[in-house]
Design a protein around this ligand. Sequence first.
Ligand code: GUE
Ligand code: MG
Length: 295
Amino acid sequence: MTARIIDGKAAAAALRADVASEVAKFRVATGRVPGLAVVLVGEDPASAVYVRNKGKATREAGMLSFEHKLPAEISEGKLVDLIEELNTDPAVDGILVQLPLPGHIDPDQVLLAIDPDKDVDGFHPINVGRLATGLNGFVPCTPLGCLKLLRAELGDLSGKEAVVIGRSNIVGKPMAQLLLGDSCTVTIAHSRTRDLPEVVRRADIVVAAVGRPEMVKGDWLKPGAAVIDVGINRIAGEGGNSHLTGDVDFTSASAVAGAITPVPGGVGPMTIACLIRNTLVSAARRDSFALDPAL
Ligand SMILES: Nc1nc(=O)c2c([nH]1)NC[C@@H]1CN(c3ccc(C(=O)N[C@@H](CCC(=O)O)C(=O)O)cc3)C=[N+]21
Ligand SMILES: [Mg+2]
């Protein structure tokens, strides 16, 4: 078998176009423009690229992007002060603090400072609790993007065996909650799981989010399984070059899977599309604007 390649770039472009058309309606109905504030602390070059791409996507959807670049030495208190300003700024619908933060800043304290109703990353404990209990909140962008790709590929997920590899707060745990919400039978596997290949072999859906380059092999998969590769591992090559690889060994996996996301061009672009989607959702809630529920 040769797997269907799930084109995350195309899916993300389609979602971004849907967001842009809803933004246009929102602007007419409310007379205002949704806004996303992105806070970047320090000079990490990879983070700077992500933040630039988020700003570009925000503007392309017809929304305002407020970018706050702060020096790496900024104190936790000063960062919290900025967040509190953004919480009360009526032009700001979404707040994202780019992670990771410098070591002297406690990310938990920073996330707690964000108004949960502007927390478009869905990392605030209030939104974690809302997701776990089925209340409306914000769902983290990467797992939301994965869910959208899976629904588009498979249709109804009800009753499917899903194995999520990785238990991070950002991907693994919310991914498991979302799959449970779609009535999958969900297993969360991690570094202490015994006989991981055997656990993965029962899955109709595999989501790999461990940060270990090419760990998941084709002979771990049930033939026809849908494989979502969340890994973004930058591998240094010769002459200062580098390339990206996922957590799945694409060559062997694509010979067994039914469908698989590539890296790059899979989950990554959907993460950004879901961020602007969440920002529009926030603006719509704040102004009681009825959004297309399919978004
Ligand atoms: N508060 C916060 N929220 C985040 O959502 C967040 C964050 N911090 N910190 C860093 C991670 C990483 N992340 C990515 C977004 C897009 C791509 C993406 O578009 N990737 C492209 C390739 C990009 C490249 O070439 O490097 C792709 O997979 O095709 C990747 C990774 C969001 N993150
Ligand atoms: Mg994880």
